[in-house]
Ligand binder design. Structure first.
Ligand code: MRU
Length: 356
């Protein structure tokens, strides 16, 4: 995995250790955690210490790799090793249901295990294969980000103001970004003059993380509460909306952070282009449309208070979907590493996926 001066990789394999930037502490504190096993990684994913669909996939792959190394170091072989890895895989898969990238990454490791079994290698070789696969997925993710950034930036006019939702930057990926990766490239090319960042309730990924990244990158930005987006768009200040995705169905319906549907709705009313930026690992062609996408529901406590302070009366009923589904018809285009789907439909998606 390459490094650079503005390196913001939130997951790192360094000197034989797996390290993770605890995003729940940002922006107040840059605290790095060491992840020794799959259980610790599963907790980190569940509690959003690492989040964003591509980053969740990488985290799961690395988590299973350290679990395998640990089991092998303990002398595990045969059925005991198999059972341990099955359990770790199940634990990681059960963390967050919506992000397609999570299952995609675990499937890549399952194929590695199959190849190891067929080759008749020793247990240490499996641990090595897992780590190499996780590192390769990480390298690929950085390349995907760079390609998406180039394709997406080309769609924007010079000097425009854009709106983005949640956090889709380096923190949400292996270190590049989806929608925010496009923002970064477009800013460097003089195409963006300002970013409007939504706060993103309930966990404030926009307020805490996107502003933190934009600040580090020196990109002018303004934070708004989620409910200010429609009014802002009506005033004609936003020329494009750019968001990421957690899962994209075969017809182009997109699951993304709760609030995305409202933004797409408003953008359409205001005549503003609405772009989704996501790698192919986010696509789920087995699902015909967005109705089949599992939507994670978060706990009550994230909505009824903040930082230990209660803001709603005791016993208040809460519904907290973490994601919503935006119909394909609301999208101007989907930007992937392979190119842009500019007519978002079953046909448009299939054409791009078949090009591989
Ligand atoms: O709940 P989160 O913070 O994991 O949600 C993240 C998003 O909704 C992102 O938009 C999505 O994962 C794509 S970002 C690379």
């Amino acid at each position: 995995v390459t490094t650079s001066s503005d390196d913001l990789r939130p997951i790192r394999w360094e000197e034989g250790r797996l390290r993770l930037l605890d995003q729940t502490r940002l922006p107040a504190e840059e605290r790095w955690l060491e992840i020794p096993d799959a259980e610790t990684m599963a907790e980190a994913i569940r509690s959003l210490r690492v989040r964003g669909a591509p980053a969740i996939g990488l985290a799961a792959a690395y988590g299973l790799a350290v679990e395998a190394a640990r089991a092998v170091a303990e002398g595990m072989t045969g059925r005991a090793l198999a059972a341990r890895l099955d359990a770790a895989g199940r634990l990681l898969a059960a963390t967050r249901p919506t992000a397609r990238n999570l299952f995609w990454a675990l499937e890549a490791l399952a194929r590695e295990r199959q190849a190891w079994g067929e080759a008749g290698e020793d247990p240490a070789a499996l641990a090595r294969r897992f780590l190499e696969r996780a590192l390769a997925l990480h390298r690929d993710d950085l390349e995907c980000s760079a390609a998406m950034a180039a394709h997406g930036a080309a769609l924007l006019p010079t000097g425009c103001e854009v709106l983005t939702h949640c956090n889709t930057g380096a923190l949400a990926t292996g270190g590049g970004g989806t929608a925010l990766g496009v923002v970064r490239a477009a800013f460097q090319a003089g195409r963006i003059s300002r970013v409007w960042a939504t706060e993103t309730r309930p966990l404030l990924q926009g307020a805490r993380l996107t502003t933190w990244e934009l600040d580090r990158l020196g990109i002018p930005h303004t934070l708004i509460v989620d409910s200010a987006a429609a009014f802002l768009m009506k005033q004609g200040r936003v020329e494009a909306v750019l968001v990421g995705a957690d899962r994209i169905a075969a017809n182009g319906d997109v699951a993304n952070k709760i609030g995305t549907l409202a933004l797409a709705w408003h953008a359409r009313t205001a005549g503003i282009p609405f772009y989704v930026v996501a790698p192919l690992s986010t696509f789920d062609p087995a699902l015909p449309d967005g109705a089949g996408i599992p939507i994670e529901e978060r706990g009550v406590e994230e909505v009824v208070g903040w930082g230990g302070v209660r803001t709603a009366p005791e016993g208040t009923a809460v519904w907290s979907p973490a994601f919503d589904v935006t119909p394909a018809a609301y999208l101007t285009a989907i930007v992937t590493e392979r190119g842009v789907i500019s007519s978002v439909s079953k046909k448009g998606v299939a054409r791009l996926l078949d090009r591989g």
